[in-house]
Design a protein around this ligand. Structure first.
Ligand code: GH3
Ligand code: MG
Ligand code: MG
Ligand code: MG
Length: 397
């Protein structure tokens, strides 16, 4: 990311530059110290961080940049500044320069700008004026925005897209906001999908009801642009942290595939969503010997390599779990055991030696069984049969 700092105090500009480049990966900052200088610089920057007052400009340079459709964050030391509507609506955000915390705020804000394109926000709102207003604000922050005119449409969008955040009106024809929230909360928890209610209904009761139904936050119309930005950014930060922690919780750190915790807490629930499904249990042959011969660290490399090979050769929808030491489970939705066998043979073919040391695995596959535990047991019995029969083979009966 290329940032131009437009600031006449060179000391402050350099402090900003140091912080932005230190805390943001792949970021480069240049400095311009007057409007004259700014005009001479090309427009290839992703972001302009601008002081409001320069020796040769009292904000005209901000308007100049906004007119060119560029992204501007305003910095000012005076809290009681006056902005024209055009500037207020045109800038991404403003920061009051008081102490180091304002620089931290700026760094976090830019971090969000870099991550926001990967965040899908759905706006459910029947008034097209308000919907477009919200959309414009959020798109300026680089969020990926989806729209719906009512609750029904919103549910359709949910079906076909991975929505991360919902912003909803309450009063809408064709399924109102409260019903929408209740419907969404049947499958997504508060932390899994933040919901912000934006409503003009000036009633404490309805506000409380939407919180009870599972909204995370509430904004009253008409709202200030800053309020929407702040509340959405805060929720997205929380959501991001939750996702990071959760990912750690369900991931095996050595191999990067899911762990037992995931199996017992998530896969258990997914199991009944599919009529047709298979489970394969895979176990590396004579792994103990590899450890004993080449060392434990080499064994770890083999495990990571094996998991990677499985991942690269299975479909994206297949779920891979490290079941035990050198034993892996693959859950294959919408797959019969015969189809699962074809998939596993791809893994057999692709499995390369590690540092010239060849190794094999045995597997058992099942598509029978009424529960996850039952299907695992059947696949595990077949794995045992494969071992008994001499290893390096797959058993499906
Ligand atoms: P079989 O062909 O019957 O499967 O024999 P095996 O040697 O592969 O199976 P066994 O269950 O006897 O040994 C598995 C070994 O895996 C024993 C254990 O020390 C080792 N192991 C378990 N977890 C790890 C790990 O995270 N890293 C390494 N390097 N070794 C591990
Ligand atoms: Mg409405
Ligand atoms: Mg083994
Ligand atoms: Mg084993």
């Amino acid at each position: 990311m290329k940032i131009l700092i437009v600031e006449d105090s060179l000391v402050y500009a350099k402090t900003l530059k140091t912080h932005l480049e230190k805390y943001l990966l792949h970021t480069h900052c240049d400095i311009a110290s007057s409007f004259e200088e700014l005009k001479k610089i090309d427009e290839s920057y992703d972001l302009y961080v601008c002081d409001l007052n320069l020796p040769d400009s009292r904000g005209e340079h901000i308007e100049y940049l906004i007119n060119k459709g560029l992204d501007v964050i305003l910095m000012t030391s005076n809290e009681n500044f006056d902005l024209s509507d055009k500037v207020r609506n045109g800038i991404l955000d403003y920061v009051i320069k008081d102490d180091i915390s304002s620089i931290e705020y700026l760094v976090n804000f830019v971090k969000r700008l870099i991550k926001n394109p990967y965040i899908n926000i759905l706006i459910a709102e029947d008034s097209s004026t308000i919907r477009h207003h919200e959309k414009k604000i959020l798109q300026k922050l680089k969020f990926n925005v989806f729209e719906a005119k009512n609750g029904k449409e919103a549910l359709e969008v949910f079906k076909n897209n991975e929505i991360d955040i919902l912003i909803t009106d309450l009063e809408m024809p064709n399924m109102d906001g409260l019903s929408l929230i209740k419907e969404v909360r049947k499958t997504k928890k508060m932390v899994e999908l933040p919901i912000v209610v934006v409503s003009s209904v000036n009633e404490k009761k309805l506000f409380l009801r939407s919180l009870k139904a599972g909204a995370n936050d509430y904004i009253q119309k008409p709202f200030e642009k800053e309020e929407l930005i702040l509340r959405v950014n805060n929720l997205v930060d929380l959501y991001d942290n939750y996702k990071k922690v959760r990912e750690k919780l369900v991931t095996d750190s050595l191999t990067g595939v899911y762990n037992r915790y995931y199996l017992e807490n998530v896969l258990e629930k997914l199991f009944n969503n599919y009529d047709k499904k298979s489970i394969a249990m895979l176990d590396i042959d004579y792994f103990k010997k590899l450890n004993d011969t080449y060392g434990h660290q080499f064994g770890d490399e083999v495990l990571a390599h094996f998991a990677r090979t499985i991942k690269e050769n299975m479909r994206k929808s297949d779920i891979i779990v490290r079941y035990g030491g050198e034993e892996f489970l693959i859950f294959m939705p919408n797959t019969s055991k015969k189809e699962a066998l074809i998939a596993l043979l791809k893994v057999v073919k692709a499995l390369a030696p590690v540092k010239n040391v060849k190794f094999t695995f045995s597997a058992g596959i099942a598509d029978e069984g009424e529960s996850l535990a039952e299907m695992i047991k059947i696949a595990d019995n077949r794995l045992y049969k494969a071992k008994e029969a001499g290893r390096n083979r797959i058993v499906i009966e």
